[in-house]
Design a protein around this ligand. Structure first.
Ligand SMILES: Cc1cc2nc3c(=O)[nH]c(=O)nc-3n(C[C@H](O)[C@H](O)[C@H](O)COP(=O)(O)OP(=O)(O)OC[C@H]3O[C@@H](n4cnc5c(N)ncnc54)[C@H](O)[C@@H]3O)c2cc1C
Length: 429
């Protein structure tokens, strides 16, 4: 894996090839002062910066590579409700917390929809997501989702599909049922991130690219150093997620980078599109180690899955993911694969995102365990709230006890890989 002090351009993904604008913000040089310095320009960093800028704060956003270079510009584009680990928080805090947690599950969606409209971000945002059952034991989960929606008087359309309906809507016999809702959905992830950064820049956020942060000097006004400059701020927010190695004394061995991979076919003919996904839904199965797919705006099949927890990259993403896609959709056997890529997610052992503070004025927010398009926006806003003095929701996460795996980060990854092996075996049963 690359370290955070080598700069790179975007990976060769479908998203980079179809991005609205290749960003070209300057490299940080010299000394700068700000109210808040945010490190990392993925969704977490950009959402925190944009929220703070909307509230009138002077913000700098420092990115090692390009805006959206990490997971935020490479993901499946599935806008799925929820934050991993919320069920555990619910258990700890009891029924009294249910309403707050339900609201948190959807808050990221509200932020994204609001910003897409307010800042005219062209990112192919569409409503509609179906969770698919691969075996009969998954069917009870589908029913429980519907019951949960009914309990909360969910304002958007939702329904459970039986096997026949699922087959007719998704053109495959592989699924035995589905649960669809029309508040989740899908989008072009890199265009969302780049559009949000443009909005933040328009509100005065100073953005620097190709500027890896190398160290932080703590104090009443912490200083963030890159190779050619530094930023002095009242507060710093670390938003480098699976890619950063800053503050190892506080953060090492708490979250672990895992690779996950996607292929994109050539644009598909209309009859194939109508057969496999006429409603243009995002699709994700209910396995522990999920496969997910959707169509791009130009009707390519974007198929993702397979997590690599041990740090070993597959030698060919196409060879690793292609057969998984063909198992569900043999109809795509002749479809050319135009793009293949992967990226890193941050896995936390108890699945609860890692939020906290170092010396009171250096905040961190990371570790969505692979489920972060919506969550990063919600938690970015909660981090912005914390920076501006409202800590209640931040502390819901920051007060969680996290287990630190002793030994090296490498050893931690091997232990996570062993743990996930158990879940993979369960998926196969
Ligand atoms: C292939 C893939 C598919 C996925 N699919 C989905 C999906 O469909 N739905 C979903 O909800 N989630 C999905 N995810 C997860 C989701 O993309 C992430 O949870 C989310 O994007 C995390 O955002 P982030 O801003 O915290 O991190 P990132 O987007 O990884 O951003 C971190 C940024 O920090 C920068 N950085 C790191 N260190 C430094 C430093 N020292 N100095 C300056 N900058 C630094 C990096 O260059 C990077 O740009 C997927 C992830 C991957 C990789």
């Amino acid at each position: 894996m690359k370290t955070s002090n080598q700069t790179q351009e975007h990976v060769n993904s479908y998203y980079a090839a179809s991005v609205n604008k290749v960003t070209d913000y300057p490299v940080l040089e010299g000394a700068i002062k700000a109210d808040v310095c945010v490190v990392g320009a993925g969704y977490t960093g950009v959402a925190t910066a944009l929220t703070l800028a909307e509230r009138g704060y002077a913000v700098t956003l420092v990115e090692a590579n390009r805006v959206g270079w990490g997971a935020s510009g490479r993901n499946g584009g599935q806008l799925i409700n929820g934050i991993s680990g919320l069920a555990k928080i619910h258990k700890q805090h009891g029924e009294g917390s249910a309403a707050v947690l339900w609201h948190l599950k959807w808050r990221g969606h509200d932020i994204i929809h609001d910003w897409v409209e307010k800042y005219a971000i062209a990112c192919d945002l569409k409503n509609g997501f179906v969770q698919t059952a691969l075996k009969s034991r998954h069917l009870a989960e589908l029913e429980s989702y519907a019951e949960e929606m009914a309990r909360h008087d969910f304002a958007y359309k939702y329904e459970v599909w039986d096997r026949d309906k699922t087959r007719s809507m998704l053109g495959t016999d592989s699924y035995v049922g589905g649960f669809v809702n029309y508040r989740d959905g899908h989008l072009h992830p890199l265009n969302l991130c780049v559009g949000e950064a443009r909005a933040a820049h328009g509100l005065g956020v100073q953005i620097f690219e190709q500027s890896p942060v190398l160290r932080i000097e703590h104090g009443v006004k912490p200083k963030v150093f890159t190779a050619n400059g530094h930023i002095e701020a009242d507060s710093v927010v670390l938003a480098g997620n699976a890619y950063h190695r800053l503050e190892p004394k506080h953060l090492s061995s708490l979250s672990f980078p895992a690779g996950t991979y996607i292929i994109a076919t050539e644009p598909l003919a209309d009859d194939l599109v109508n057969e496999i996904n006429p409603l243009d839904l995002a699709v994700c199965d209910l396995n522990e180690v999920v496969d997910y797919h959707r169509l791009s705006a130009d009707k390519r099949m974007l198929y993702g899955g397979r997590c690599n927890y041990s740090g070993r990259e597959p030698s060919s993403v196409k060879a690793a993911i292609g057969p998984r896609m063909l198992k569900i959709y043999p109809q795509l056997k002749d479809a050319r694969i135009d793009y293949q890529w992967g990226g890193m997610i941050g896995i936390v052992l108890n699945r609860i995102p890692l939020l906290g503070r170092i010396h009171k004025n250096v905040y961190y927010c990371q570790g969505y365990s692979g489920h972060g398009v919506s969550a990063s926006h919600c938690l970015g806003e909660i981090t912005a709230d914390a920076v501006t003095g409202t800590l209640e929701e931040f502390d819901l996460f920051a007060s969680q006890k996290h287990f630190r795996i002793p030994g090296s980060q490498w050893l931690g990854n091997q232990l996570i890989a062993m743990g996930m092996w158990y879940y993979r075996m369960r998926d196969l049963l």
